[in-house]
Design a protein around this ligand. Structure first.
Ligand code: PLP
Length: 378
């Protein structure tokens, strides 16, 4: 099997799996317990927090473990509107955010909030000028992802922070950095973000694990109330195996980040060249600013059919975000592409474990796909 779907999820790194296994089977204490096993678990959670914070470039006290990127996005939005409740009811976001941002925004619309959904250009990028045009006195939150999961486009989060500052806006800035963490260099401070969402399973950690950065000084609203874990802001017994795996994956990813970024950029460029050279009609819709994601189209060839064909030949890639489950992508829909191009969209996403040999094999398989599908009249 050849896997080009790393934006959907990644294989757990062996070292991360080992760390989780050790915590599940040997160091399995509850961090809230007062005996030695519990105290050791509590210390480990703090060590792991420091490791993830080190990779993100923030203070450990600014990082809260969550159950996933989706939770982090939901929490960030809830927190921002709570803090801004006396200032206004307007939110700015983009039409190409993950559903974990869009759905909470839609819910807030039903509760009387005004939400501006900024549309991208045909490359998937949302210009900072669009945020400038939408900013209002009563804007309490700008939520803009760092790297789009279906195009690899990098959004101008840092420029938006500058804009908010220049305008003396009270709006908080949230960025969903689930696809950006360890793929593009940034820290919350360098971006000027107040809230940053991470997810472990995109970097070789386990599913069901993530973190939210909350800038020091923000009076955060709890996500879950209960036993008071995570400084009372996110109750629930800490997911110690997942947290151990997250920390190990973040440590390894951080130590290798420059090498990995260079490798991924080279591999993506090679893959796009190979596909363009060998597959007639293939269009590169987004070469991706981020090193690991790009989007191509086989205009007129329905992507679901191509994905299924390639799956039968042993290739895993997708027609957009895994979360769409076959529904048309709102991201490609927002990009003003022709219907033919939109219907044929395919996302490729890479990890350092992918090779040029695999890219060549994919180009051959895509060529065969176009030929066989033409022959079959599809
Ligand atoms: N945000 C982005 C940009 C994503 O790509 C994803 C996952 O696909 C999420 C949020 C949700 O993360 P999780 O699967 O950990 O809930």
């Amino acid at each position: 099997m050849i896997y080009f779907d790393h934006a959907a999820t990644t294989r757990v790194l062996p070292e991360a799996a080992d760390a989780a296994y050790r915590v599940m089977t040997r160091d399995y204490g509850n961090p809230s317990s007062l005996h030695d096993l519990g105290k050791q678990a509590a210390k480990e959670v703090e060590d792991h927090r420091a490791a993830v914070a080190g990779a993100l470039g923030c203070q450990p006290g600014e990082l809260y473990f969550t159950s996933c990127g989706t939770e982090g996005d939901n929490w960030a939005i809830r927190l921002a509107v709570h803090l801004g409740r006396h200032k206004g009811k307007h939110i700015i976001t983009t039409a190409v955010e993950h559903a974990a941002v869009l759905e909470p925004c839609k819910q807030l619309e039903q509760q009387g909030y005004g939400v501006t959904y900024l549309t991208p250009d045909h490359t998937g990028r949302v210009p900072v000028e669009a945020v400038e045009g939408a900013l209002r006195e009563d804007t309490v939150l700008v939520s803009m992802m760092l790297v789009n999961n279906e195009t690899g486009a990098i959004q101008p989060v840092e420029a938006v922070a500058g804009l908010l500052k220049r305008n003396k806006s009270a709006a908080l800035l949230h960025t969903d950095a689930v696809q950006g963490f360890l793929k593009v260099p940034f820290t919350p401070k360098s971006l000027g973000a107040d809230l940053v969402t991470l997810s472990a399973h995109k970097i070789g950690g386990m599913k069901g694990s993530g973190a939210l950065y909350i800038r020091k000084g923000l009076r955060a609203e709890p996500m879950l109330r209960g036993g008071g874990q995570e400084k009372g802001l996110r109750s629930g017994t800490e997911a110690t195996p997942q947290i151990a795996a997250f920390a190990k994956a973040a440590e390894i990813g951080y130590a290798n980040r420059e090498k990995n970024i260079a490798y991924l950029n080279d591999l993506k460029a090679y893959t796009l060249d190979a596909l363009q050279a060998r597959v007639p009609g293939l269009t590169v819709v987004s070469a991706g600013d981020a090193p690991h994601i790009c989007a191509v189209s086989l205009p007129g060839r329905p992507s679901q059919v191509v994905v299924r064909y390639l799956s039968d030949k042993g290739f895993c890639l997708s027609a957009g975000s895994a979360c769409h489950r076959g529904k048309a992508s709102h991201v490609y829909g927002a990009m003003n592409l022709s219907k033919q191009v939109r219907d044929g969209m395919l996302r490729l996403s890479f990890a350092p474990s992918n090779t040029k040999k695999e890219a060549d094999a994919l180009a051959d398989a895509m060529l065969a796909a176009t030929q066989e599908l033409v022959a079959a009249g599809r």
